[in-house]
Design a protein around this ligand. Sequence first.
Ligand SMILES: [Mg+2]
Length: 224
Amino acid sequence: MKMTVMTDGKKIVFVSDFDGTITDEDFFTYTSNEYFDNNALKPWREYLAGKKTHFQALKEMFAQIRVPEESLEKLISEINVDSRIDDVFRLCNEKNIKIYICSAGNDYYIKKMIGKKLADYDITLVTNKGEYSQNNGLAMTAPLKSDKFYDKNIGISKFALVNSLKEDGDFVIFAGDGPPDFEPAKIADVVFARKMLLEECRKAGIKTEKFNNFADIYNYIREI
Ligand SMILES: [Mg+2]
């Protein structure tokens, strides 16, 4: 049966989280497993205990990575990126659907993983800045407080991005997996959720679409 999605003639946009959505697991998880002992994970425990913001904890964690850049690049190259993202991005281009990738992480590792695709498919990346040196670690910088997508807790407000697209009158398809994705999921028109975000959406009664990987998103967008 052909699916019918009512977009009321609105311009469609696709907003995707990066870590755990485009990749299998968070960059934070990969780096924690590889580089951080129990002591190094202290900033994260302080975040979980409500004593630090998400941004500050990530910043302190990532600054502790002090390996030669080649070994960090090797770790990044081993992170699994969904094999169907090109299909989805190409389809969005064909259908004139603007693509945004929005992340509470940073652009250092995102660009290393999919930098060429960002250019090839004209994708707008909204995230924190990241710069690596063996002396200073992976230094993360939030946008300026005056930036319209700035958020005190996670650096980048995914909610503010989706909200501004909605205010422009766009029909927003959103994909995510984690806690920072819950607020934007509440106001998106269509939500692809998995892992913790799926549980939260179910608890809150927010309708979600089947999402194991980007093949599900491809099948959905193909029909609209
Ligand atoms: Mg995520």
